[in-house]
Design a binder for this molecule. Structure first.
Ligand SMILES: *Cc1c(COP(=O)(O)O)cnc(C)c1O
Length: 360
């Protein structure tokens, strides 16, 4: 079977050159006689892989030595707990911008430990937009404000990093390296790898070292402490070695594509191809409000669930898979991360036009 076009939200499509490089080196990595999967994480060979991945990512994001990159496990969901446990003490004030399902989960998790307040909340509007942050309402003694940079399920995104008088924490799981933010504006940003970086099982944390002081909360498990992982070069215990290697290859691919600024341009072009169709038709009903639209996940509905099911089924027959929306929202979602090319989105756009002609 030919490779399909995978519009999944995550685990998502990987750049083909990355997969091919893995294939080439899978059983004998660069003449070492073994696979990266079989390497000791304490070996010189592996240390070179993890250090290069760290440096490449810092380089791509224009981060200097004031930042550290941690390679962890547990997914973005574990960060919902690690952020409050590391950046605050019990009962401290922290703000959450609740703009989606994952944002809400992050807030719920923080409430177990902190006085966590939802500074904005668009749940009543089914999370179809990103509310402005009311900066004047922010108490500057708060430990941080947490935002979800891209709301994967709903297809909404912060176009700019908000300017706020407290440290900013961002869940960038679904637009890291796809949207060109100034990462120096974040005290901390985290991402599960399976959307834009590599295989599931790896989580990346980007942290401003000023927030890396020794964790004084004695009940926080060792494995959940950023300071421990940082001090040990993300080798405190066995890290997800293969995932880090693959993410490292993805970073090299991003560089070869011209970096995040170039990829963002390409992503805007891709997203606009689909939004143009949504905006010029009453057959398709866009979900997210225009000013909040994501360039990574495009969400829309058709008039009936039957029609949506038909859309998914006919697209699949044409080699375009995973277009069904998240179970929380329903409808259609096309996730068009970095690995999806302009040509591939063009194919989807053409399919949408034909589908409309056939069923309107
Ligand atoms: C997918 C996703 C998550 C959950 O990630 P896991 O790695 O499965 O824990 C959290 N936040 C956002 C924005 C996501 O897209």
């Amino acid at each position: 079977m030919e490779r399909v076009i995978n519009f999944a939200a995550g685990p998502a499509a990987m750049p083909l050159p990355v997969l091919q490089e893995i294939e080439k080196d899978l059983v004998n990595y660069k003449g070492t006689g073994l696979s990266v999967m079989e390497m000791s994480h304490r070996s010189k060979m592996y240390e070179a892989i993890i250090n290069e991945a760290r440096e490449d990512l810092k380089n791509i994001l224009n981060l200097n030595d004031g930042y550290d990159i941690l390679f962890l496990q547990g997914g973005a969901s574990l960060q919902f707990a690690m952020v409050p446990l590391n950046l605050a003490n019990e009962g401290d004030l922290a703000y959450y911008a609740v703009t989606g399902n994952f944002a809400n989960k992050a807030w719920e998790e923080a409430k177990k430990w902190l006085n966590a307040i939802d500074l904005t909340n668009s749940m009543e509007d089914k999370f179809n937009y990103i509310p402005e942050i009311p900066v004047d309402k922010i108490d500057s003694s708060a430990r941080y404000l947490h935002i979800t940079a891209n709301n994967t399920i709903f297809g909404t995104m912060y176009d700019k990093v908000p300017e706020v008088p407290v440290p900013l924490v961002a869940d960038v799981s679904s637009n890291i390296l796809g949207k060109n933010y100034d990462y120096r504006k974040f005290a901390l940003a985290y991402a599960g790898a399976q959307k834009n970086l590599g295989p599931a099982g790896l989580t990346i944390v980007i942290i401003d070292k000023r927030y890396l002081k020794e964790n004084e909360n004695k009940y926080v498990p060792t494995m959940l402490r950023y300071d421990i992982h940082s001090k040990n070069n993300s080798l405190y215990n066995t890290p997800p070695t293969f995932g880090i290697y693959v993410a490292g290859l993805t970073f090299k691919w991003v560089k070869s594509m011209g970096g995040v600024a170039e990829l963002e341009k390409r992503n805007i072009e891709k997203a606009n191809m689909l939004y143009d169709i949504l905006d010029h038709s009453d057959f398709y009903i866009p979900f997210a409000k225009k000013e909040s639209r994501s360039i990574m996940n495009v969400t829309f509905n058709l008039k009936t669930e039957e029609l949506e099911a038909k859309f998914v089924e006919e697209a699949k027959a044409k080699g375009m898979i995973n277009l069904k929306g998240h179970r929380v929202l329903g409808g259609i979602r096309a996730s068009i991360y970095n690995a999806i090319s302009i040509d591939e989105v063009q194919k989807l756009a053409e399919f949408m036009e034909i589908f409309e002609k056939n069923y309107r």
